[in-house]
Design a binder for this molecule. Structure first.
Ligand code: UD1
Ligand code: UDP
Length: 347
């Protein structure tokens, strides 16, 4: 049996890995590295328990969060050691985090075929660490799995046109489809559901304050699942959650709860990549506090609206009703099986 070593490290990657691991283990010796990029119980272990993901074969203690280069460097050192010992037939990475970059660079240097899931996405904003990470992963990947036609087009424009680029569904859609029927309505509706964690929204005190201020003035309460990066910034800026009486701050929640809070909200307000997509799959209107998105299909007919400089547009957008909805743009919920069959046929 061929050996595939998957690399995960951040919250959305545990969720993407859950359906993939189930399928991979049918065809391969499917081993997992958890780089330790996210380490809090509610950012990491909770997903392994809740989604029934086997414990990672390797879990690095990278000593907490670090600057970009140091974090990536430590992960590379550790991934390389595992690859030297385990001699995998392929490395598999998801999306665009620093864990993805570390896995990509080790694969490239050690001449191990790299499989990139969620390939071809672009924000065209090279200030984002994620944009750098995904460009590098796509450049070096041996097999690329693109969730949208736009992603294939992006690769073509960069001259990445070989025959191992595949258009498949999105593995996050598999998870939403699995979880949605079980989602229980939270007791506290109506509400808007929010998550904010991108550096351009959190790492400037005035920007962070402006976001909280607008949330505090909306016509319905805002349930805000607060990412540890954001918690750290609020503390650093001396902002008191008690001063924002229209916002209910909740610690990061498990996956079922996240899907339920989205599904029963009146609108999702976020800067998360995964949540923009999940909101669309759940037919929920979304406002994205960014100036660009990789998930451009969600913008059609007002299902998702980008707001960056003019936060005061939010109340008006909350009143709009989205138009026609396109079914199935992220697949039918069987992407992991589709992807794994292609890997089995091509590796
Ligand atoms: C990372 C990814 C981002 C992804 C996000 C998903 C990169 C460059 N960024 O961003 O693409 O959208 O994960 O959630 O890979 N922290 C904790 N506990 C944890 C994890 C993080 O306290 O378990 C805090 C630390 O203060 C740390 C900060 O969060 O400094 C940032 O963590 P890091 O993993 O560097 O980036 P994220 O913002 O989580
Ligand atoms: N999510 C979760 N609990 C939360 C907030 C988000 O399970 O409290 C899930 C969400 O449903 C989605 C994923 O985490 O599946 C998105 O991850 P995140 O926003 O951290 O990263 P991004 O997608 O922006 O890289």
């Amino acid at each position: 049996m061929k050996k595939i070593l998957s690399i995960v490290g951040a919250r959305p990657q545990f969720i993407k890995h859950a359906p993939m691991q189930l399928e991979l283990q049918k065809h391969f010796q499917a081993m997992t590295i958890h780089t330790g990029q996210h380490y809090d119980e509610n950012m990491s272990a909770v997903f392994f328990d809740e989604l029934g993901i086997p414990k990672p074969d390797f879990l690095f203690d990278i000593g907490g969060s670090k600057p970009q280069g140091e974090q990536t460097g430590i992960m590379m050192t550790e991934i390389e050691k595992v690859c030297l010992a385990e001699k995998p037939d392929a490395l598999l990475v998801y999306g665009d985090t620093n864990s993805t970059l570390a896995g990509t660079l080790v694969a490239a240097k050690m001449h191990i075929p790299l499989i990139h899931i969620e390939a071809g996405l672009r924000s065209f904003n090279r200030d984002m660490p994620e944009e750098v990470n995904r460009i590098v992963a796509d450049e070096f990947a041996y097999m690329l799995f693109c969730p949208t036609d736009g992603a294939i087009e992006n690769l073509k424009k960069e001259g990445i046109t070989h025959e191992r680029i595949f258009r498949c569904g999105d593995v996050m859609c598999d998870m939403v489809k699995m979880m949605e029927p079980r989602a229980q309505a939270p007791v506290d509706y109506p509400y808007y559901f929010a998550t904010i964690h991108r550096p351009y929204n959190t790492d400037d005190a005035e920007r962070m304050k402006a976001i909280l201020q607008i949330f505090n003035t909306l016509d319905q309460k805002v349930i805000f699942s607060i990412h540890p990066r954001t918690v750290a910034r609020l503390k650093q800026y001396g902002l008191e959650v008690a001063d924002y009486t229209n916002i209910q701050f909740l610690p990061p929640m498990g996956y079922a709860e996240s899907v339920a809070y989205q599904k029963f909200s009146d609108c999702v307000i976020t800067d998360s990549g995964g949540i923009q997509k999940e909101a669309y799959i759940l037919k929920k209107k979304c406002i994205t506090l960014r100036s660009e998105t990789e998930w451009t299909e969600t913008l059609e007919n007002g299902w998702n609206t980008l707001v960056f400089e003019h936060l005061n547009q939010i109340p008006d957008i909350l009143k709009t009703v989205p138009g026609a909805y396109r079914e199935g743009i992220y697949g039918d919920g069987h992407a992991a099986a589709e992807i794994t069959n292609i890997i089995a046929a091509n590796l």
